[in-house]
Design a protein around this ligand. Structure first.
Ligand code: PMP
Length: 415
């Protein structure tokens, strides 16, 4: 595929930064070359010399003096080299993408920064943009300032609806065709839906027929609650090289480390790397080293063990939330069982729009949720939905929250 048609004029004009190129050269250069190039600080001035991090299983991650220099120094823009290799191995092992050699991995500062760089590489003002609806707010917040013509694609309990994608494409002007489809296939934020494998295959084929890239935003990949095998990713299906996949350690290791990675066609990832070089220079080295060391001591088996535990933890949380919803919200709201992720998506019966109920009267009613409007492309249409998160709340507090919500809704209907 030729990817230039997907890039906007700004992305096409991005050139490599000479200082970053020289920095990259230094790593593989013969030892007798004297490099007077770096603007890096001298490690002899760093106040921290080593570290040791206690893990939950009782073992310790030692950050030796050499590793600590890596932690405290600038790193190459694409990412800490050992981490990149580990992420490549993980991605290749889990997803077995076709044509792996044509792809590249770039470490991002959480997947949000990867999404931002990808979108800023493609968007132009007024462009038609295909997003699943309801849609992750972090993407709407990047896209909406471009004043796009949104083409929302319906998502239900089984995820993205292929017939809705077809209908959206049929409705768009031939002079303003979308370049990509944005989707969260596993544990959608906010709906919790996991797109079924059949649908994924159909969606991939539709994107192929319409020359669309697929932005596969999959931070909840490990948090799927129906069956043990992870869902087949779009990257796994990607014969053509039309998938940019966004992964993150946020939901299964740590959100504060801000480590994610994007996997995609080399030409596109290269452009994003240039954006990264001029925005953050390199992602935080300390975070990358910590993730890399964790992955090293875990190995692939340890990673699988850890993600299975986290998955079970959130599955239990989900089940508790469903029990609380059954108890207090039956007849008050409708919902489908979230097959992944961290959220229950509630449709409030008898309330046209939930915004004022939550934003004006929620604190007084002792319950706060995210009003559905935050996930919609249309700023005017009333939205009767709410997003309830089950990730960080204990069972008794969940029950209290659902009880308070039922009362809040009842008062709203009496207004
Ligand atoms: N995509 C989705 C669907 C999310 O829910 C989130 C976090 N809420 C992100 C991306 C960003 O995650 P991070 O930057 O922490 O990797």
């Amino acid at each position: 595929m030729d990817y230039t048609g997907y890039m906007n004029e700004v992305a096409k004009r991005r050139e490599p930064l000479v200082i970053r190129e020289l920095f990259g050269l230094q790593h593989g250069a013969p030892k007798d070359v004297v490099f007077l190039t770096a603007g890096a600080p001298n490690p002899e001035t760093f106040p921290i010399v080593s570290g040791s991090l206690k893990l939950r299983d009782g073992t310790t991650l030692e950050l030796t003096p050499d590793k600590m220099v890596d932690c405290l120094q600038y790193g190459p823009t694409p990412g800490y080299p050992p981490l990149i290799e580990q992420l490549k191995t993980i991605t290749e092992t889990i997803h077995t993408p076709p044509r792996w050699k044509d792809r590249e991995v770039l470490v991002t500062t959480g997947s949000q920064s990867g999404l931002l760089m990808a979108l800023e590489m493609m968007l132009t003002p007024g462009q038609t943009v295909l997003v699943e609806q309801p849609c992750y707010t972090g993407v709407l917040s990047v896209v909406s300032p471009y004043n796009p013509k949104y083409l929302p694609v319906e998502s239900d309990g089984e995820g993205l609806v292929p017939s809705s994608l077809r209908a959206a494409l049929a409705s768009c002007s031939p002079h303003n065709k979308p370049k990509f489809l944005y989707t969260v296939p596993t544990g959608s934020n906010p709906s919790g839906a996991v797109t079924s494998e059949d649908r994924r295959r159909e969606v991939y084929q539709i994107c192929r027929d319409n020359d669309l890239l697929i932005l596969e935003d999959d931070p909840y990949f490990f948090l799927h609650y129906d069956g043990k095998t992870p869902p087949t990713s779009y990257l796994s299906l990607d014969e053509d090289g039309r998938v940019l996949r966004f992964d993150s350690v946020s939901k299964v290791v740590s959100a504060g480390l801000r480590v994610g990675w994007v996997t995609g066609p080399r030409q596109l990832v290269h452009k994003m790397n240039l954006h990264k070089g001029s925005s953050v220079i390199s992602s935080a080295s300390m975070s990358q080293v910590v993730v890399s060391e964790l992955l090293r001591v875990w190995g692939l088996e340890g990673l699988a063990r850890h993600t299975a535990q986290v998955r079970q933890f959130y599955q239990n949380k989900r089940d508790s939330m469903l029990q609380a919803a059954d108890k207090y919200l039956t007849g008050v709201c409708e919902w489908t069982v979230p097959a992944g992720g961290m959220f229950l998506w509630l449709k409030v019966l008898g309330v046209r729009d939930t915004w004022d109920m939550v934003m004006r009267r929620g604190l007084e009613g002792k319950v706060m949720l995210v009003p559905g409007h935050a996930f919609m492309t249309d700023p005017i249409r009333p939205c009767p939905y709410l997003r309830a998160s089950f990730s960080a709340t204990s069972t008794p507090i969940m029950h209290q929250g659902m009880k308070n919500l039922a009362e809040l809704i009842q008062r709203e209907k009496e207004l």
